[in-house]
Design a protein around this ligand. Structure first.
Ligand code: BGC
Length: 416
């Protein structure tokens, strides 16, 4: 039975995007542009130069968000645009982002700013990127520059998006630039990103003591496939290595496998706990894979709101901080199950007062990294040829939820 339900009063609803995935334009100064130039790296051969042309169309997109009743917006900025060469900052680009954020504010949309979302300037990559500890300083200088500029405009930050996914995809599985496959390197990169988070936390607090600073880590489920010792043991190991270790390192500066130990940075570095949740895996022996018979999205990812609930309850218990759902969404080109997905996932947090934000991934179809333009996560459909935007039915559903702060019988009849 699909029952109506209400959302608690402290919950704000919005959308999340990432600069590289929507901006387009002529910015070739990213690891993603370089990656896309080698045939076979991006499934459909597309590059980040097209995307949603949002760098040019940001005013229209802000208006679209207003029309959709969006209350909060998690957005990113592009490091490679802002700092095209080492220590040379581009004021024109900064002014562009300042204009964009001012405009959103005028429309009553509150911004949570992501400072790093998988994208690096090429000069940084060419110095060894996140593999080299000494390169962390380049990022912290960038943070100092932008946070000083945004001081009076932005008071909520996520510094590093999904350090665990970035480290694993770039340095362990070798599916993203620079396509390395070394466990040791992945551990190192994850550690450097966590240190960057901690140092940036301190910098942001110095510049703007009232700012709220958190992280957005990708939480992937690992469940034993069978009631066997080995499956349980490996599932626990993966949960620790991928999920728990990064949260603890970022929140408290306590480092563990795969990052190696370090006592020097112990402290308290998180004001809110950001969770990006999409999917879970089954673990059998030393392998993990997607369950066979279960609801899945267009990319074959399991849809599992029960596991989403487990993560949220677990992190509330361990960290006791406000929780932001910094990303949650699904690839659904036909818009056949997105409304139900939203219904199920919002239900999980509907009465949890400690979950104060939900950012749906994502506003509009975007450039999905190595998947290219084919995976459709948008509440809004985008025709990349004409850049025409069209709110999907599930997008209208989401807008009504934001307006009513409930899902009532009429909405269930109309959308589910
Ligand atoms: C990333 C997004 C991405 C989404 C869907 C998340 O892991 O942060 O950038 O688009 O997954 O693939």
């Amino acid at each position: 039975m699909t029952e109506p339900y209400k959302l608690h009063d402290n919950l704000l609803l919005g959308v999340a995007t990432a600069a590289t995935q929507i901006e387009g334009g002529d910015n070739t100064n990213t690891n993603w542009y370089r990656f896309s130039q080698t045939k076979g790296n991006v499934k459909d051969g597309s590059s980040p130069l097209r995307c949603d042309d949002h760098y040019r169309l940001y005013k229209e997109d802000a208006e679209l968000m207003k029309e959709m009743n969006i209350e909060i917006y998690r957005m990113g900025i592009e490091w490679g645009r802002i700092e095209p060469e080492e220590n040379k900052f581009n004021d024109e680009v900064m002014n562009h982002y300042i204009d964009e954020i001012k405009l959103l504010k005028e429309k009553g949309i509150k911004v949570l700013l992501t400072l790093h979302h998988f994208s690096n300037p090429l000069w940084f990559e060419d110095k060894g990127g996140w593999l080299k500890k000494e390169n962390i300083n380049y990022f912290t200088s960038f943070v100092k520059y932008v946070v000083t500029k945004f001081k009076d405009l932005v008071d909520e930050y996520v510094k590093i998006n999904e350090a665990n996914i970035y480290a694993a995809n770039c340095y362990l599985y070798g599916v993203w630039y620079p396509k390395h496959k070394k466990m040791k390197e992945a551990g190192k990169v994850m550690k450097h990103l966590c240190i960057a988070h901690i140092l940036s936390y301190k910098i942001i607090k110095e510049i703007n003591p009232n700012a709220l600073v958190g992280f957005a880590n990708h939480m992937a489920g690992f469940k034993p496939a069978r009631n066997k010792f080995i499956d349980k043991k490996v599932a626990k190991f993966l949960d620790n290595a991928f999920n728990n270790s990064i949260n603890r390192a970022m929140a408290y500066g306590t480092f563990s496998f795969p990052m190696g130990k370090s006592k020097k940075l112990k402290g308290n570095y998180v004001d809110f706990f950001g969770i990006n949740y999409y999917t879970g895996n089954l673990v059998q022996g030393f392998k993990f894979f997607t369950k066979k018979d279960c609801p899945k999205n267009d990319l074959g990812w399991e849809i599992n709101p029960v596991e989403f609930n487990e993560f949220i309850e677990k992190f509330h218990k361990e960290f006791n901080k406000p929780i932001y759902v910094t990303e949650n969404g699904t690839a659904d080109a036909k818009d056949a199950f997105r409304a139900k997905y939203i219904y199920d996932h919002l239900k999980v947090i509907s009465d949890k007062e400690y979950v104060t934000r939900y950012y749906h991934w994502t506003l509009m179809d975007n450039w999905e990294w190595a998947e290219g333009e084919k995976a459709k996560f948008g509440l809004v459909e985008v025709n990349y040829e004409t850049q025409e935007r069209k709110i999907r039915k599930s997008g209208h559903f989401y807008s009504e939820i934001i307006k009513n702060k409930e899902i009532n019988d009429e909405m269930i009849k109309e959308y589910l």
